[in-house]
Ligand binder design. Structure first.
Ligand SMILES: [Zn+2]
Ligand SMILES: [Zn+2]
Length: 95
């Protein structure tokens, strides 16, 4: 198994290997015409919805928690940030 010694990211379609996830994404988009998913929080790109969700859980869940708790105290004011959150929730439901 010397598969993962040098290059960590392997294309599932043709087993081509890449050093960075960005390269794999670029390859997937241009060679296989895969629709790349974007994190609504920070714009990071992902091949699989599960990877995106994992990232959101790891990177942005705390922010969401904080916001949800804040909502309990002031429900009247709706910030543009909260509208973005609603959009991303709808986006996730489509998958
Ligand atoms: Zn490929
Ligand atoms: Zn993000």
């Amino acid at each position: 198994m010397n598969f993962f010694h040098h290059k960590k990211f392997v294309c599932e379609q043709d087993k081509e290997k890449f050093e960075t996830y960005e390269e794999l994404i670029d390859h997937s988009r241009h060679v296989h015409h895969i629709t790349i998913l974007k994190c609504n929080g920070c714009g990071k790109e992902f091949i699989h919805e599960k990877d995106r969700l994992h990232h959101v859980r790891e990177e942005h869940e705390k922010e969401l928690d904080r916001r949800e708790h804040k909502d309990e105290y002031k429900k009247v004011v709706k910030s543009p940030q909260e509208e973005i959150d609603e959009n991303s929730r709808k986006f996730s439901d489509n998958f």
